[in-house]
Design a binder for this molecule. Structure first.
Ligand code: IVH
Length: 672
């Protein structure tokens, strides 16, 4: 059949019209056609595209549904990491945040952009040449999963945007949520069909985005709200977060209309209370509000700490509480030997999930709260953290209460429990000699963010330990197919898969390996920081406690734990055995020092806006020449690189007699 330009024209008009209706319905919440008129338009377009397949374009609304993922959750590495936000819960913490920012910038008051904190899933959308080309989940912040096929089913996400004079690659970040009402309807439907019901709208949204078949996702009512946009040269186009929101609106990308601009702590608190009042009536769940320094220049100057921007904070709502009854109290031995009393509860529904256990933290807390078995208690659940017992409802105290005494021996290995000086926590100090700690250290070692050994769950570890096939995590690498034979409920295929994933895990990064060792106080971020700072195990081993404290976020307590760990022969032996069993890692030196220069190891602080260099470029130059960058001026600072509008940092540096450099000085150095 011969196509003519009139048909082409019709197809184009239909596409535009349908997208316009999607926008009005899903973004503006102001439908402009009836459902049947909309269906008619879709049908017309489908028919024409069937007749003239060459007219099908990737941004056609017919291309939203039914795509199978051809890239089943491929890994996507984020160009810039998707970070998290630090939290504040109380006014004094908020005041401290505002004060820190003012001091760091040396200004009197700060203008903030404020918005709700969506309780959904963080997503990045990439548009290339105007077309939606890739969508990914946050994952661990550095690498997420490709869920483009599913995101395409969300009708409020445009498949094409009018990028006008913007650069070709645009990255938009935001949150996918499910409306509360849609969630209830979905669960009712699921229940009727005898299918899985979801605990809350966030889980429902997450489950829907993790479908291989996008025609399932298409039946799930998901929404997207953007909260950031980024592209090359953004600093020359936009000056504030509010500008970004305006631009997103111009591009017809959904944002919430709850974004406002306020000044100072009073403004922030007013907004917080305003949103608390609106919370119930909002269509989606939120778990707090987010405050962002509005000026992009200031944001740049404030920069980041390892996990979160210093220019933003989430003010979380108080956690939800409910009444329950203590049926019993158990003690658990944690990975590092901490003994935690845990209340077994009458199953109770709190903010969307059924809670059956709640932490009592430690003996002192148990006594302070005066919790007895059979007591009625108030329990609290905040976000995803383990629920806790807040207080006993004394007025309802029954006659049959029973006191609980903390054990004096480890419930798992029988050793005598100890309390460290100044610590409230009772510990079993047997390390991996204690079966509970041994098992948990192996579970931790294999976990996703550590060595990521797929398929090595708790049950298998139990069996491997019971059958004495392994004694600690280093032995995992001695297992082979033959040795797994005879494990209960473990067929040939699963054995093969497990051996394969153990084998695969051997090639790792230093950060993961350090995290996997399970050193007390060393979480994922600290492990990564250690790896970046020191590059090798032997470098870390050689550090004094002070040397370790040079790493962001490592204070005296954690430096003590790390130092102690690497001075214990048993631990060094574990590491040796891992390496001998074939574990290898990429070195991760952050500071790729390309030139040895007079600024090697000198400590720099940057402030103000540089006349020509971008902050990131200046940092890169300094690091390439071996300099170190920190964020606060102190006696340890060697140089302050100051640009325009430098505030309190400049004053402080002058007072301390620190050498002040201009961008020109830096450039001259590099030319010498
Ligand atoms: S800004 C680097 N704004 O909260 C800045 N995040 O803890 C980080 N979130 O998973 C993001 N609502 O997806 C920002 N209005 C909002 C948000 C928001 C929800 C999520 C975000 C991330 C988490 C950060």
């Amino acid at each position: 059949m011969k196509k003519n330009s009139a048909i082409e024209e019709t197809v184009l008009t239909l596409k535009k019209e349908i997208q316009e209706h999607n926008f009005n319905y899903y973004v503006k919440d102001d439908p402009t056609v009836t459902d049947s008129a909309y269906d008619d338009l879709m049908r017309k377009l489908e028919e024409l595209e069937k007749q003239y397949p060459e007219l099908i374009t990737e941004d056609s609304p017919t291309q939203r549904v039914g795509m199978l993922s051809n890239s089943a959750f491929n890994q996507v590495s984020h160009k810039k990491p998707m970070l998290s936000l630090s939290n504040v819960f109380h006014e004094d913490e908020l005041a401290a945040f505002d004060k820190r920012i003012k001091t760091d910038l040396g200004v009197e008051s700060i203008n903030y952009a404020v918005e709700p904190k969506f309780d959904g899933l963080a997503i990045a959308l990439i548009y290339e040449g105007g077309f939606f080309s890739l969508g990914a989940t946050r994952g661990d912040g550095f690498t997420g999963e490709d869920v483009t096929h599913n995101l395409k089913t969300i009708k409020s996400i445009p498949l094409k945007i009018d990028t006008k004079s913007l650069p070709s690659r645009i990255e938009i970040r935001g949150e996918v949520v499910m409306f509360k009402e849609d969630f209830l309807t979905l669960n009712k439907k699921q229940e009727e069909l005898g299918q899985k019901v979801f605990a809350n709208p966030r889980n429902a949204a997450a489950g829907s985005l993790r479908q291989l078949d996008s025609s399932i996702t298409a039946t799930r009512p998901l929404r997207f709200y953007a909260y950031s946009i980024d592209f090359e040269g953004i600093e020359n186009t936009l000056t504030s977060h509010s500008d970004s929101i305006k631009l997103l609106n111009e591009l017809k990308i959904p944002t919430t209309d709850l974004v406002e601009n306020v000044t100072g702590v009073v403004g922030l608190l007013d907004y917080y209370h305003e949103i608390i009042d609106k919370r119930q009536s909002l269509p989606f769940d939120i778990d707090g509000v987010v405050y962002k320094v509005d000026s992009l220049n200031y944001q740049d100057e404030l920069g980041f700490v390892s996990r979160a921007p210093r220019w933003a904070v989430a003010h979380k709502f108080p956690a939800e509480e409910a009444e329950s009854q203590v049926l019993g109290i158990d003690v658990q031995v944690g990975r590092t030997g901490a003994i935690t009393p845990v209340a077994r509860l009458k199953p109770t529904f709190v903010s969307g999930v059924t809670v059956t256990n709640a932490s009592l933290h430690n003996e002192a807390e148990l006594l302070r709260k005066d919790v007895h078995i059979n007591d009625f208690v108030l329990i609290r659940r905040a976000g995803d953290v383990v629920p806790e017992v807040v207080s006993v409802i004394k007025a309802k105290r029954p006659k049959n209460i029973e006191a609980f005494l903390m054990p004096i021996q480890c419930p798992e290995c029988g050793s005598k429990l100890k309390k460290e000086e100044g610590e409230a926590i009772l510990r079993c100090c047997e390390g991996i000699q204690c079966p509970a700690q041994r098992k948990q250290s192996i579970m931790h070692f294999a976990s996703r963010k550590a060595m990521d050994i797929d398929g090595l769950g708790e049950k298998i570890i139990d069996q491997l330990l019971e059958n004495k096939m392994i004694n600690d995590f280093t032995d995992l690498y001695t297992l082979d197919l033959g040795s797994l034979e005879g494990l209960e409920r473990f067929g040939e295929k699963s054995s093969k898969n497990l051996i394969e994933s153990i084998h695969k895990s051997k090639e790792t990064t230093l950060g993961r390996l350090i995290y996997a060792l399970g050193i007390r106080g060393v979480g994922e971020a600290t492990a990564k920081d250690l790896a970046k700072e020191f590059g090798t195990i032997s470098n870390i081993k050689a550090q004094t406690r002070e040397g370790l404290e040079g790493v962001d976020d490592i204070g005296p307590t954690v430096s003590g734990f790390i130092h102690c760990y690497f001075n214990d022969l048993k631990n060094l032996d574990l590491i040796d055995r891992l390496i001998n069993n074939g574990v290898s890692f990429k070195e991760e030196l952050r500071k790729e020092v390309k030139f040895v220069s007079e600024i090697s190891d000198k400590v720099f602080v940057l402030t103000g806006t540089l006349p020509t260099l971008k902050r990131e470029d200046a940092k890169q130059i300094i690091e390439q020449y071996g300099g170190k960058i920190t964020s606060t001026v102190s006696k340890k600072t060697d140089y302050l690189l100051a640009g325009n509008d430098a505030g309190s940092k400049l004053e402080k540096a002058q007072a301390l007699g620190i050498v002040i450099l201009s961008e020109n000085d830096l450039i001259k150095w590099t030319e010498e």
